[in-house]
Design a protein around this ligand. Structure first.
Ligand code: PXP
Length: 237
């Protein structure tokens, strides 16, 4: 079964816009779980422009599904993750001020740094996923580092999907087969939506998890959170 992890960064963006506590991030996370999401994802950035470190600490003891914390493994980030001990940490190679993640790791060049980080998280029994582009070498590098999973960066799939779903999915399917042969778990995320999710899942039914934020929260404006989550779950059946 492919799990749906709802990324709640946008809820924190909305809350922060007015400086108060509306919407309440914890309530929304618990409602996502109640509506069927099998995981919650957050991406605390150094400037805390959406998720704050305090949010991460508040969420962990209350969530009953898989908690996934993603981000660049700075010292502050690693300390937070080791303190909070989520189900999974997803390592992303983004710079401090970056708008959103836009590429995967170079698991060859960055291997010395990443393998130390992976070992540290494993000492705390935290599953480690490495964000990569759809590329067999990157997957092999992630396996050599001792990662448990990779997350495929799906923006290029989403972009090409309108022109040709098959062509768009091809490199992802090829990489997913390599990932499977390496014995790694497989996640996917970025720009997945109600338009393109079902086809990706059909092509790669052994996906362990998709993490979805932007499109899901946009859809919820029109359909409500419960109906929206139901529709995303349907894409994964
Ligand atoms: N995976 C990673 C590593 C991300 O950085 C993001 C965006 O925060 C997502 C998945 C979710 O992407 P989207 O918001 O486009 O669904």
């Amino acid at each position: 079964m492919t799990k749906l992890s709802v990324n709640i960064n946008k809820i924190a963006t909305l809350r922060n816009a007015r400086g108060g506590d509306n919407p309440n991030l914890l309530s929304v996370a618990l409602d996502c779980e109640r509506f069927g999401a099998q995981g919650i994802t957050v991406h605390p950035r150094p400037d805390e422009r959406h998720i704050r470190y305090s949010d991460v600490r508040e969420l962990k003891p209350r969530l009953t599904t898989e908690f996934n914390i993603e981000g660049f493994p700075s010292k502050e980030f690693c300390d937070l993750v080791c303190e909070v001990k989520p189900t999974q940490v997803t390592l992303v190679p983004d710079k401090p001020g970056q708008l959103t993640s836009d590429h995967g790791w170079d698991t060859g060049k960055d291997a010395p740094f990443l393998s130390d980080v992976v070992a540290e998280f494993h000492k705390h029994d935290i599953r480690v996923s490495i964000f990569i582009d759809a590329n067999a070498e990157a997957a092999q590098g992630a396996a050599s580092l001792g990662a448990d999973r990779v997350e495929l960066y799906t923006e290029p799939y989403a972009r090409l999907y309108a022109q040709s779903p098959e062509e768009a999915a091809k490199p992802f399917l090829q990489t997913a087969q390599v990932v499977k042969s390496l014995g790694l778990g497989l996640n996917a995320g970025h720009d997945l939506s109600l338009q393109n999710l079902a086809f990706l899942h059909q092509q790669i039914p052994w996906l362990d998890e998709v993490s979805i934020g932007h499109a899901l929260i946009c859809d919820a404006l029109y359909m409500g959170l419960e109906e929206t989550i139901r529709k995303y779950l349907n894409c994964l059946r």
